[in-house]
Design a binder for this molecule. Structure first.
Ligand code: ATP
Length: 140
């Protein structure tokens, strides 16, 4: 059975998630404020729409409450990221993954009910550091 996803914010991080999920055959609703970004994903995602995710009415109209897993990849605008996440939790979305900009942002996201908070630069830095260490051990 195909799983349904929505990706809100199509920057480098959100765009990459959207691309990857779509290539794996998943149903993806791609959402961004900017027309250019949305046009870029028209032929990649199942649906791509220009919308402000901080608008509760818009989220309802898009049927976001019925989507299995929503990824909030709004980076710089922390207020928009928090507001969007809060509305998704209130709508009862099953699984919400959010990209955090900093530790305070992460703390708030956890408090308001995000299921998974990611910090891509930090998480990837950790993974690469561990992979460097294990490669060094193998080399010796
Ligand atoms: P990245 O670090 O992933 O590259 P970025 O710097 O390219 O992120 P940001 O400005 O952090 O981009 O935001 C990611 C995307 O989220 C942008 O394309 C932006 O248009 C979109 N975005 C911001 N606010 C909203 C909103 N309220 N509703 C929908 N999309 C939004």
């Amino acid at each position: 059975m195909k799983r349904e996803f929505a990706v809100i914010g199509l920057g480098r991080f959100g765009g990459s998630i959207c691309r990857e999920l779509s290539e794996e055959g998943m149903e993806v609703l791609a959402i961004d404020l900017e027309e250019d970004k949305v046009n870029e994903f028209k032929n990649i995602a199942s649906h791509a729409v220009i919308a402000d995710a901080t608008d509760e009415k818009v989220l309802k109209e898009l049927g976001v409450r019925n989507i299995d897993h929503v990824i909030v990849a709004i980076g710089d605008n922390i207020q928009a990221s928090i507001l969007t996440t809060l509305m998704l939790t209130e709508l009862g979305v099953q699984k919400i993954t959010v990209k955090a900009q900093n530790d305070y942002h992460e703390k708030i996201l956890n408090k308001i009910g995000a299921d998974q908070v990611v910090h891509p630069e930090r998480d990837m830095g950790k993974r690469i550091a561990h992979s460097i260490i294990s490669n060094n051990i193998l080399d010796h």
